[in-house]
Design a protein around this ligand. Structure first.
Ligand code: G3P
Ligand code: CA
Length: 250
């Protein structure tokens, strides 16, 4: 059995990374959430995939160039369906308020446009305020960000995200999965699903590293990863994954 981690919430049923999408996932009794966070111009953490608001709102420009008050005037739901018009961008606090019953809270910190790692501190501090630190798993493609999280609190559980075999760090990772995790104090690997085989999972586990592949949407991939013992699956289709893992039709 692998934990079902809802990718950007139930993003096929409600606008991605919004409270309606996460509430729908809660109704499905998922094990965990994945989201994406950015810092606003005035230092608030908000939940959104892209570093700009263009694709998922009626506004334009970088999140880093807007204050929270400015972002709150934008509609982050109408692009998805008229029924969601007026949906606001969630703050990380609003997201954490939904996480109490979850087993894993995978907060992905996106690389800031200026390369700053300032978001790390707030993600950790707020998780502690909400009593979620023990279930927080911070993921990032940006190793500097993960290192900043570990510097902030060495007990922070971090996961390295990767998808490109050509990247120098991925070459190093594949040279020795155990040594890489130890060097960077990683609790988990979050590889693109195409990398993963049964032996890959077994090797991670032999080094005490968890593995949560993404984005797992095909039934045969869910079934295989479950049977191979993946710790979790990050999926766009949480209802399907819950049925596969727990036999619960939703
Ligand atoms: O956490 C896995 C996945 O979310 C990474 O890619 O682009 O969907 O954030 P992306
Ligand atoms: Ca993500």
């Amino acid at each position: 059995m692998s934990l079902v981690i809802s990718h950007r919430g139930a993003n096929k049923e409600a606008p991605e990374n919004t409270l309606p999408a996460f509430r729908r996932s809660l109704a499905l009794a998922v094990d965990g959430f994945e989201n994406d966070v950015h810092l606003t111009k005035d230092g608030h953490l908000v939940v959104c995939h892209d570093d700009s608001v263009d694709r998922t709102s009626n506004g334009t420009g970088l999140i880093a160039d807007h204050t929270l008050a400015e972002l709150r005037t934008l509609d982050f739901g109408g692009w998805f369906a008229p029924a969601f018009a007026g949906t606001q961008i969630p703050t990380l606090e609003e997201f954490y308020e939904l996480c109490d019953g979850l087993k894993v809270i995978d907060v992905e910190i996106k690389r800031a446009p200026d390369g700053s790692t300032a978001a790390a501190d707030g993600v950790i501090r707020l998780a502690k305020d909400f009593g979620l630190f023990d279930r927080l798993l911070i993921s990032s493609f940006d190793m500097d960000m993960l290192q900043a999280c570990t510097a902030c609190d060495p007990l922070t559980r971090t996961a390295y995200l990767y998808h490109d075999i050509e990247e120098p760090l991925v070459e190093e990772l594949h040279d020795d999965l155990g040594a890489f995790a130890q060097k960077y104090h990683l609790a988990a690997y979050h590889p693109f699903v195409g990398f993963v085989s049964q032996s890959y999972i077994e090797e991670c586990h032999s080094h005490g590293v968890q593995i949560n592949p993404w984005t797992v949407n095909q039934p045969h991939a869910l079934e295989r990863l479950r049977d191979w013992g993946a710790d979790g699956v990050i999926t766009d289709l949480p209802a399907q994954a819950m049925e596969m893992m727990y036999g619960q039709p939703q």
